[in-house]
Design a protein around this ligand. Structure first.
Ligand SMILES: CC(C)(COP(=O)(O)OP(=O)(O)OC[C@H]1O[C@@H](n2cnc3c(N)ncnc32)[C@H](O)[C@@H]1OP(=O)(O)O)[C@@H](O)C(=O)NCCC(=O)NCCS
Length: 141
């Protein structure tokens, strides 16, 4: 298993993986658009896991100068519980630390509570915060 940055011809495989792993994603999360936007900002923090030439996992990190964030952590259902998710998170943590980022935040949908155990296993803690957001413009995200 190899973790590496995104390459140009990965788009279709990643879009297929996300549509399988996130079947309930909101309509504005169009994989091809999400990929295109990420390639314009800190693209080295967009990493994939490859197994035998197949893309089996993804993670998309970013640093805003104060906190790091990670999104779209996904592992193919046929490759779970093999340490791939943990390896993707380690790669994002290393990439953020190399930029001087002191803390990584992430959000878990309230309907996806099971995944909290995965992040706790990696040292993340549930924090007493209210998550807020606002959509800007109409171009997805
Ligand atoms: C969450 C996800 C990325 C985990 O990937 P994975 O490759 O199966 O995880 P790993 O094998 O690296 O697991 C790391 C540790 O977390 C634990 N873990 C993983 N998934 C777990 C789960 N659903 N419940 C409890 N523990 C879990 C593993 O047992 C392992 O512990 P260990 O070190 O003691 O063996 C994967 O289940 C997934 O893609 N889920 C759907 C997408 C999703 O919800 N992404 C997160 C959005 S916030």
């Amino acid at each position: 298993m190899e973790i590496r940055p995104y390459r140009e011809n990965d788009e279709a495989a990643i879009a297929g993986l996300w549509r399988e792993v996130f079947p309930d994603a909101p309509p504005w999360n169009v994989p091809e658009d999400d990929i295109r936007r990420k390639l314009e900002v800190q693209r080295d923090l967009f990493v994939v896991a490859c197994e035998g030439g197949e893309i089996v996992g993804t993670a998309m990190g970013g640093y805003d100068g104060h906190r790091g964030w990670v999104h779209l952590v996904a592992v193919s259902p046929r490759h779970r519980r093999l340490g791939i998710g943990a390896a993707l998170m380690r790669r994002i943590e290393e990439g953020l630390a190399a930029l001087g980022c002191p803390k990584l935040n992430l959000q878990v949908r309230s309907t996806n509570g099971d995944v909290v155990a995965f992040y706790e296993r990696l040292g993340y803690a549930v924090e007493d915060r209210v998550s807020m957001g606002k959509r800007l413009g109409t171009d997805g995200g």
